[in-house]
Design a protein around this ligand. Structure first.
Ligand code: SIN
Length: 549
């Protein structure tokens, strides 16, 4: 369908939020409570809880929210920080991570006030589970393994219930096409709603667009996870960091030949006693790491790949026969297994590693500010420094919640700034690679294990992508995937070591000094900008942003 616009509508707001998952809706609600006029651009359809496919990754989160309860004598923010640093393999930034983790409990309390209900025991206390890399049980969950669905429902219910009081306009089926800038400042967003081009002017814009799972043929992410925010940010002159760290979840349901969104089998299954075994029944993680099946995610995913290679069998199995209440504790996993026509009663669930989470993203400070004044980023699209080279399980919903509130506070501080006149950008032609070709290349050479020749071949093919106008929503997404893939490949090629979820077959060693790399986009390709040391990048990135304005 050709959706080229014929008419341009224009409106004004104090704050535009692109994305309607946990970070986006938390930011929108918090800012509107503080009196800001907010516009939310939601790429998906109007929210309905009963849809079989949902638009946000938030909805599909299973395990839960990792957070320290203040009165838990076994846990502390320091312990949570040390687990997060250990998982992050040298690239987690303690300066930003500590305040984000420390804000977790009040952010969760706010979500509960907005109606979220977490699973509780007979004594009324919230139940907590364990996942890979956590040294204690600190993960809150809802509906067993339907935590994300509960969070999404609570946020959308809050939006509906406050519709007559809060100044939030939500535009569904709306995809952002450009961040508008004037005098080096953010000035609004150009977007497209069902084929109609529109503009909303605002001094502050939040990217909360989620991840990039559809760079790969199979992923745990919903269909809309097409790296839109990364491409918008790069085109606006912002800087991205750590994009080579794409986390593969060790246990995505294995269905031969299946593409697109696949069922996640929560790490909490291992937290409750599930064991990973190969086709011959041998433990996959024995002797690999002291935490065994609950080692950090990169370690377990690599152990699964190794077991698949050794046995020449296409998957391993999650043995859940020891979990007596499996069906009631894990109803979402059970439904996914059953929908794939597998029998959960066998107690052996076939799994493989699957593209799951973008650990890097648009470089921000601890309040979500990017290198472009007025452009903020929160949630999976952002790189705050919390996830480093490998995200600790269930830290992402926490980050979305905390950073949603923090970015709203920044928007409140920017209220009233005048937006200079903007010349709307002419529609441009962009490099677009056919999605299936791109996904197959990325799955073949830029997945869990990489090496120089494979990366170079993918880089060459991506560079030769056809340039065309992004006339349809699908082409806009494909253009974002193509641009993001180029930076992912450049970052993976530049990192000649193995660290966290980036494994180089030709460079198995880990360098003694951990260093993040920043990239921007200049003319028609990625450009490396150096590291983030001592916040120097913020000024360097700002100079870059001004240069490209
Ligand atoms: C899971 O339930 O295993 C996913 C949790 C996460 O990705 O943080």
């Amino acid at each position: 369908m050709d959706t080229r616009a014929t008419t341009r509508d224009e409106t004004r707001a104090d704050f535009v939020v692109i994305g309607a998952g946990i970070a986006g809706l938390t930011a929108a609600l918090s800012a509107a409570h503080a009196g800001l006029r907010v516009v939310v651009l939601n790429k998906g359809p109007h929210w309905r809880a009963d849809r079989s496919e949902q638009a946000t990754s938030t909805f599909y989160a299973q395990g839960g929210i990792a957070v320290v309860e203040p009165d838990n004598p076994e846990d502390s923010v320091d312990l949570h920080l040390s687990d997060t640093l250990a998982a992050g393999a040298g690239l987690t930034d303690p300066q930003t991570t500590r305040p984000i983790l420390a804000d977790g409990w009040s952010a969760v309390a706010g979500l509960i006030e907005w109606g979220a209900e977490f699973d509780r025991g007979p004594d009324g206390r919230m139940l907590r589970t364990r996942e890979g890399g956590h040294s204690v049980r600190r993960i809150l969950h809802a509906g067993g393994d339907a935590t994300g669905a509960q969070v999404q429902r609570a946020l959308n219910d809050q939006l509906r219930e406050t519709a007559d009081r809060l100044p939030i306009e939500c535009h569904d089926e709306s995809i952002a096409t450009a961040i508008l800038r004037a005098d080096g400042q953010t000035a609004g967003v150009a977007y497209r709603t069902r084929g109609r081009d529109r503009v909303v002017y605002a001094p502050t814009v939040l990217l909360a667009t989620g991840g990039a799972g559809h760079l790969y043929a199979a992923t745990t992410n919903p269909a809309g996870a097409t790296a839109d925010g990364i491409a918008l940010a790069l085109r606006a002159g912002a800087v991205v960091t750590d994009l080579e760290f794409i986390q593969f979840h060790p246990t995505m349901l294995y269905v031969p030949g299946a593409r697109g969104r696949r069922t996640l089998v929560s790490e909490a299954v291992r937290g409750e006693g599930g064991r990973l075994v190969d086709v011959d029944g041998r433990s996959v993680t024995a002797g690999v790491h002291p935490m065994g099946d609950l080692a950090p995610r990169d370690v377990v995913a690599n152990a699964v790949e190794a077991a698949i290679a050794t046995t020449a069998h296409p998957c391993v199995y999650l043995d859940v026969r020891g979990i007596t209440d499996f069906v009631t504790r894990f109803p979402t996993v059970t439904a996914g297994v059953t929908a794939a026509r597998l029998d959960i009663a066998d107690g052996l669930i076939p799994v493989v590693p699957g593209a799951h989470y973008l650990c890097g993203g648009v470089l921000t400070d601890v309040d979500g500010r990017t290198a472009v004044p007025g452009l903020l980023a929160a949630g999976e699209v952002a790189r705050t420094g919390l996830h480093g080279a490998n995200r600790l399980a269930s830290n992402s919903l926490l980050e979305g919640l905390v950073m949603g509130r923090r970015t709203a506070a920044v928007a409140v501080g920017r209220r009233g700034r005048t937006v200079a006149d903007v010349t709307l950008p002419d529609p441009v032609s962009v490099p677009v690679m056919e999605r299936k070709v791109l996904q197959d290349m990325m799955s073949g050479s830029v997945a869990l294990r990489r090496e120089a020749d494979g990366l170079a071949a993918v880089a060459t093919t991506l560079q030769a992508a056809t340039v065309r106008p992004p006339a349809t929503e699908e082409t806009l997404e494909d253009a974002a995937l193509t641009m993001t893939a180029r930076v992912v490949v450049a970052a993976a090629a530049a990192r000649t070591e193995s660290r966290g979820c980036h494994t180089r077959i030709d460079h198995p060693e880990t360098e003694s000094v951990a260093r993040s790399r920043c990239f921007g986009w200049l003319d028609d390709g990625p450009v490396e900008l150096g590291g983030t040391e001592a916040l120097g990048v913020r000024s360097e990135a700002l100079a870059f942003a001004h240069h490209t304005a």
